[in-house]
Design a protein around this ligand. Structure first.
Ligand code: AMP
Ligand code: MG
Length: 709
């Protein structure tokens, strides 16, 4: 079950309300891709959070940026239980936090120091506050470890015992845990704290509460992530605000990529994982694994054209795409049986030889060739037989023969098999003519595949034949890229769906059903986002949804630079958009952009142009995004059954099919003629230069099937 909403809170221990104008080191509450909310007091923040938790439908992940537990030994010393939640309850009894942030955290630390063995662990206070048990400097003799286990896996963390001074986190923790205790009481069974309540597993409760540490995202990705947000909004000048929004985005992205659940699992290599979960806790999102399977995001400018480029030849456009794209889907392990159409994420080698042992290629009689005398040959037949799966275990003496069936392992002493049709027998002796060669009708061990041999390369797309190949050496599971999810959006006020009545001036949406089925045919997962009016906000929201649900987005319509061309206008807003004017017919400009880290292909609205551009540009690009190789379709040189004069300067694709060994083209080149797409079995590709094609001249024909291979 996935999270429908993600809330991230940057907390503060301030003594006074933060100023009216948002400033850093105050409280910021981020939720999904909404503008973060600045809160002046903790009471205001908790009221907002409670309200959001109540009113947001579905499952919620909520994170706060302070420690949810203390280093080993403290909980038991304070409460008698080695359990972080007991500490939360204890702090709730002690902490007073007023409407205007006035609080008693230093007095509480002082009283805890007095109540726990040794001198107590907390230190740091303002010089003006005179408290007997709370020193201004770090304890010389520490009663407890300075850090929790998690702090060994994250850099730059301060000790939670420190209450004052630059970057100190102890104060936030003391006050924050008291508030969280109340939050948990309010939401009771609806909320679970990970991993303190749940151990190392994903909670079932509607609300999952986790500890976060926003600084774990370093600046570089933040800058990139913040792109596309409203730059003029001053809130994004404040790092805390950027961080909470970026964290929501990053966790949503992780969920989309299927890696979020891994963060709930037990980190490898912990000394006492159950105890750490209960007593100390963990920062959500930190793994102890060295490698993470999440692929790097595409560069935001991956579709930028070199400066000065205007009309781009098709081959240059393809070369640019090929150069800039990489796999975007994570890796998973699947059963070989379920791997049809999937893209190998790692090379496959043979765990054993095929065949594993020498065996017979025919039904016949086996013997040792060296022992044959002068022809005709007569050999006594041994009792028994060798069959596939039922070997003959005794050696066959030289000069004798044994009945053997196809696929049976050659018994010791047998190196040659004679076909049963070439033999006469009375059941005791076989007789046959001369001419059988040594080793005849046998298969050697490993003659198909040797043990350890490289079988298939990374990026290979699995076909039924490949499944046989891997199955034959006993492979059960393979590593593949997760299936590429491709979102499809149609735009245009004039469009209607099949079940809707269509008035004058309205047409039925042809592109969306076409593109959704193309995606299925290509082996990817289609995600239908729907048909949209020419309305910028609606399209914006749909692109947001598509970026959440898919790895690539295909839109059609609205891709040029006119009034109603909202796709290109929206992609331009993100500053990661290129309008590629490709020298191709049919096809108007192709808008390429990145929307929330997800590549978008803005295809032309014309169905003929949309299909041609999808096949020529989006298909090979999706192949690379899915982890496979760049794919150039196989074309065939065929004689033309048509004539055509073509001007230089652009590549042309005609709807075509083969009749009587020649290529015919559709009667009209009009790009609104959808019937021609269905009439055709493929496309004729005419090169960029001028051509004067006469009947019988050779042209390049690309069957539709070549695009699917
Ligand atoms: P556009 O690119 O939005 O200017 O659309 C170009 C042409 O394609 C117009 O005639 C549209 O009506 C038509 N068109 C756009 N989208 C679709 C669609 N999904 N199905 C059929 N025709 C479309
Ligand atoms: Mg339109």
């Amino acid at each position: 079950m996935s999270f429908d909403s993600i809330i991230m809170v940057d907390w503060s221990a301030s003594n006074t309300p933060s100023p009216a104008k948002p400033k850093k080191d105050a409280i910021f509450v981020g939720q999904d891709d909404r503008r973060p909310v600045y809160c002046r007091t903790r009471h205001e923040a908790m009221a907002l959070i409670e309200e959001r938790l109540r009113t947001t439908p579905g499952r919620i992940l909520i994170g706060f940026d302070f420690a949810f537990g203390f280093p080993h030994g403290f909980a038991a010393a304070l409460t008698g239980q080695a359990n972080a939640r007991a500490v939360w309850a204890d702090l709730d009894q002690r902490i007073r936090d007023g409407k205007n942030n006035e609080n008693n955290r230093f007095q509480v630390a002082d009283s805890i120091n007095a109540a726990t063995p040794g001198d107590g662990p907390f230190w740091g206070r303002p010089a003006s506050l005179n408290l007997t048990h709370l020193d201004m400097t770090k304890r010389k003799q520490a009663a407890y470890p300075e850090f929790r286990a998690i702090e060994g896996h994250s850099t730059g963390a301060k000790s939670v015992w420190q209450l004052a001074g630059a970057g100190a986190v102890g104060s936030q923790t003391l006050i924050g845990l008291a508030h969280l205790h109340r939050l948990c009481e309010t939401f009771a069974d609806d909320i679970a704290v990970w991993p303190q309540d749940t151990g190392w597993s994903k909670p079932d409760a509607r609300i999952t509460l986790v500890e976060i540490y926003p600084a774990l995202l370093n600046r570089a990705p933040l800058d990139a992530l913040s792109r596309g947000w409203d730059d003029s909004d001053p809130i994004y000048q404040i790092p805390d605000a950027v961080q909470v929004r970026a964290l929501c985005h990053a966790f949503h992205q992780a969920q989309k990529l299927g890696v979020l659940d891994r963060f709930f699992a037990e980190p490898a290599g912990l000394s006492d994982p159950a105890q750490i979960a209960r007593e100390e806790g963990w920062i959500f999102g930190v793994t102890t694994e060295l490698q993470t399977l999440q692929p790097p995001p595409l560069r935001n400018d991956c579709f930028a054209l070199p400066p000065g480029v205007d009309w781009t030849p098709v081959d240059d456009a393809l070369a640019l795409l090929k150069d800039r794209l990489t796999a975007v889907t994570p890796i998973e392990t699947v059963l070989l049986n379920a791997a049809l159409g999937r893209v190998l994420a790692a090379p496959v080698t043979a765990p054993r030889a095929q065949p594993p042992a020498p065996n017979s290629a025919v039904d016949g009689y086996g013997f040792a060739h060296v022992a044959l005398g002068d022809p005709p040959h007569r050999l006594p037949l041994m009792q028994g037989r060798a069959a596939a799966g039922a070997p003959f275990d005794d050696p066959v003496p030289q000069g004798a023969a044994i009945r053997i069936l196809t696929g049976a392992i050659l018994p010791d002493g047998v190196d040659t098999v004679i076909l049963e049709e070439d033999v006469s027998t009375d059941g005791h002796v076989i007789a046959f003519r001369d001419g059988v060669k040594p080793g005849a009708n046998t298969r050697k061990a490993g003659e198909d595949v040797t043990e350890g041999a490289a079988l298939l390369a990374k990026g290979h797309v699995m076909r039924p034949a490949d499944i046989a190949h891997l199955a034959s050496v006993g492979i059960q599971n393979i590593k593949v890229y997760q299936q590429l999810r491709v979102a499809v959006i149609s735009t245009g006020d004039e469009l209607r769906d099949p079940h809707e009545p269509a008035g004058k001036g309205q047409i039925y949406d042809a592109n969306r059903p076409m593109l959704l089925s193309l995606i299925k045919d290509l082996g990817y997962m289609p995600v239908d986002i729907g048909r949209l009016p020419d309305d910028r906000d609606t399209i914006r929201a749909a692109l947001d949804e598509a970026a959440q649900k898919a790895d690539v987005i295909l839109t059609s319509g609205g891709a040029s630079a006119g009034d109603e061309d909202h796709i290109s206008a929206l992609l331009t807003e993100t500053k990661a958009m290129s309008l590629w004017r490709i020298a191709i017919k049919p096809g108007r400009p192709l808008a390429l952009g990145i929307w929330q880290s997800t590549p978008v292909f803005g295809l032309p609205g014309n169905p003929v142009a949309a299909l041609v551009c999808a096949l020529i540009f989006a298909r090979p690009a999706m192949s690379v995004l899915a982890g496979a190789d760049w794919k150039t379709p196989h074309g065939f040189d065929m004689p033309a059954a048509f004539t055509k004069r073509k001007k230089p300067g652009r590549r042309e694709f005609l709807r075509a099919r083969i009749t009587d060994g020649k290529v015919e083209v559709f009667l009209s080149e009009g790009s609104g003629r959808i019937s021609g797409l269905s009439w055709a079995d493929g496309l004729v590709e005419i090169e960029d230069g001028a051509r004067d094609i006469k009947s019988g001249d050779i042209v390049r024909y690309i069957p539709y099937a070549s695009f699917l291979a």
